[in-house]
Design a protein around this ligand. Sequence first.
Ligand code: HEC
Length: 147
Amino acid sequence: MKKIFLCLVVLTSLIAAEAPLGVNALSVEVRTLLSQEMLSIEASMQRIFSHIVAGEYEAITREASNIQNSFILKKELKASERKELHSKLSSAFIDLDRSFHETAGKLANAAEFDEKENVSKYYTQMTNKCVQCHSTYAKHRFEKFHD
Ligand code: HEC
């Protein structure tokens, strides 16, 4: 019995060490930064949509570059906050965030060279990444995404 209990304790701590805690475990400061970044990204995506349909490519480049550089991990995070992000969020989350910001960079480039089709393509890819991340990691916030 004692052995089983011990096994359970070891197993639970192993799982705890493996499974990142997720967004809900972030400190108020870091979570506020994340939330601010999200709200500004959303507003920017809406402006980009208007610029796409108006053929305003310079404005798209500007907006998309801002999104690319707003990468929460690149921000002026204190070393302790950066550490917190990496310990509490899974590497899959961080990779998805990184890939989202890279796509913003591709959109900025495409717009710089007036590549209409690529502009639409990367805008759609970015939108898909919002959905992918929210439906995986932010179901607590976007309850319509369920399994
Ligand atoms: C890599 C993951 C990830 C990507 C990519 C992502 N989000 Fe989010 N987003 C989140 C998480 C996690 C939350 C919930 C944060 C929380 O609960 O504090 C969130 C919350 C939000 C919110 C609510 C913010 C608030 O405080 O009310 C908005 C709006 C939002 N995201 C917009 C977007 C848009 C628009 C995109 C794409 C252009 C996007 N997000 C891409 C992870 C992501």
